[in-house]
Design a protein around this ligand. Sequence first.
Ligand code: AP5
Length: 221
Amino acid sequence: MGPPGSGKGTQATKVGEKLGIPKISTGDILREAATRKTELGMMAASYMDEGNLVPDEVMLSLAEERLDETDCSGGFILDGFPRTLAQGRGLERILEKRAKAVDIVVLLDVEDETVFERLTRRRVCPRCSALYNLGSDPPDQEGLCDRCGVPLVLRADDEEATVKTRLSVYRADTLPLIEYYESKGNLERVDGNKSIDQVFAAIMRHIDEADAVKRRGLHED
Ligand code: AP5
């Protein structure tokens, strides 16, 4: 979890690669659907372009369908979902039905100034969704994706006014979910202002600790 531009996608990709589990980014799924102009994509684009959230019931059925795919059987990392209290509770119901649970919630804390600076410099690959930053994480070849070689693009919702809306939506709709996870005791805050590698190391420490606690619990059972 974290505000726009906090590094969720960047870190979720690295954690997924390290642990060999899929990264499920609801933003990427919706953008891909919007590019393909599917019914879901066209509906989602009308919310995304304004910086607003896509309705909870749409997100929950999208997540439920994705989590039933076979690559999720050994675990998964969620990027950008859940992001409202209703989605958080819905996710719990979805996981309970499958005898699963959320092991750890990581919150990336960053300043608003950092958000604006990062998002104006962000570039994404329209084919594989790889993320770059003209300042902190540039591609090897200027303007081109390292993996696909296609020209990188600026995201439509990274315009300053839309970023402002996304930040206020985050405060109104996502902070209550953060408080909820905090009250349950499985939320770990990480300073997202540090370098990509430092943030990654901090997240992995929390994941390793949560894993050790889970293994001890299973052992005692
Ligand atoms: P989504 O794509 O999830 O957007 P977001 O939450 O606003 O987050 P971002 O993708 O902008 O940022 P990020 O935190 O992933 O940062 P990144 O790693 O790219 O959602 C988009 C829209 O889809 C929503 O507004 C909504 O409409 C809809 N949607 C999606 N999920 C939904 C849901 N569950 N419910 C309802 N609607 C939903 O990093 C940003 C930049 O900074 C990059 O250039 C990166 O290279 C750089 N960077 C990253 N970390 C660092 C670092 N430590 N130091 C320096 N640079 C860094």
